[in-house]
Design a protein around this ligand. Sequence first.
Ligand SMILES: NC(=O)c1ccc[n+]([C@@H]2O[C@H](COP(=O)([O-])OP(=O)(O)OC[C@H]3O[C@@H](n4cnc5c(N)ncnc54)[C@H](OP(=O)(O)O)[C@@H]3O)[C@@H](O)[C@H]2O)c1
Length: 319
Amino acid sequence: MRAAVCRRYGPPEVVQLEELAAPTIQEGMDDRVLVRVRCASINPFDLHYRRGYLPVRFENGWTKPKQHVLGIDVAGTVEAVGQAVTRFKPGQAVFGHCLGSHAEFVRARESTLGQLPSNLDFEQAAVVPCAALTALQALRDVARVQPGHRVLISGASGGVGHFAVQLAHHFGAEVTAVTSTSNLAWVKALGADELYDYTRQDFTRNGGKYDVILVAAGRRSYFSSKRSLNERGIFISESPKPEYQLLQVAISALLGDQHPKMHLAQPNQKDIDLIRELLQAGRIKPVIEKVYPLAEIAAAHRHLETGRTKGKLAIAVQK
Ligand SMILES: NC(=O)c1ccc[n+]([C@@H]2O[C@H](COP(=O)([O-])OP(=O)(O)OC[C@H]3O[C@@H](n4cnc5c(N)ncnc54)[C@H](OP(=O)(O)O)[C@@H]3O)[C@@H](O)[C@H]2O)c1
């Protein structure tokens, strides 16, 4: 199979197309599903793994990566299933989370896949899982957003942010979105009640108090935002550096301050199914800035690396 392979840490050019043996479902992999990948997406996760960001090397190898094929979102058709799989059969269209979707075939766990929503094509479905699950779990589980809460999403035009705006609106919150000038109109259309253009205004200086501040993208610390939280306010940062989140939470906890919270998304069947229902009902929808063919994966890495992507980037793998 064709796969985008990363054999050393480094710049986007280290990712090269290679022919590899396709994965198979071997003994002991009874809950696995082999997916023929139609489309994938690219996430900041892929950039961290490709660059060999220090904490990644603990798990993925100090000098060179153990995981050669990146990609954690997938949409495609089921090619084969393990003996214990009950929800899927060959030929069925699916989407979800896996590791190694920048290739023509990938093996996923049954519990991290869902049926393809009937109103989405493979490209649209492939860009959803990681970003939407992250936004969902941050708002629902960590921030416990309730109807009427004032929720501010900074980085509202990015992968996580544009789902966060739609989900906060779905939960009945009053949504304030922070983005730059060229994104204001389409982010408003996602359900934002109020907008801040961060190139002209600083939301921490408007005197507003929020129940939740979710920094979905862009560098903004808890310490520079805390004046904008109300008494029970929760601050969550989807920082590219989890140790930076941890540091802010730890320092605050030492000072008796419980406002900032840690968050790491966990793919699971219940939430994939919920995301599918919300897509199917039109409550959330993905925005795709560009689709790259697998052969141009390095260009997709360069694009995401700018930190200016509008919504998501899709990777077209097979027709
Ligand atoms: N905790 C988890 O489990 C988890 C899971 C997934 C992702 N993440 C993390 O979440 C973060 C966001 O991921 P993503 O996929 O949403 O990133 P992304 O799509 O690359 O974010 C790009 C967006 O960020 C906006 N942005 C950049 N600087 C900004 C600023 N100063 N203020 C407001 N917006 C700004 C850009 O809008 P403009 O062009 O208008 O600047 C652009 O639309 C990453 O750090 C990622 O590592 C965490």
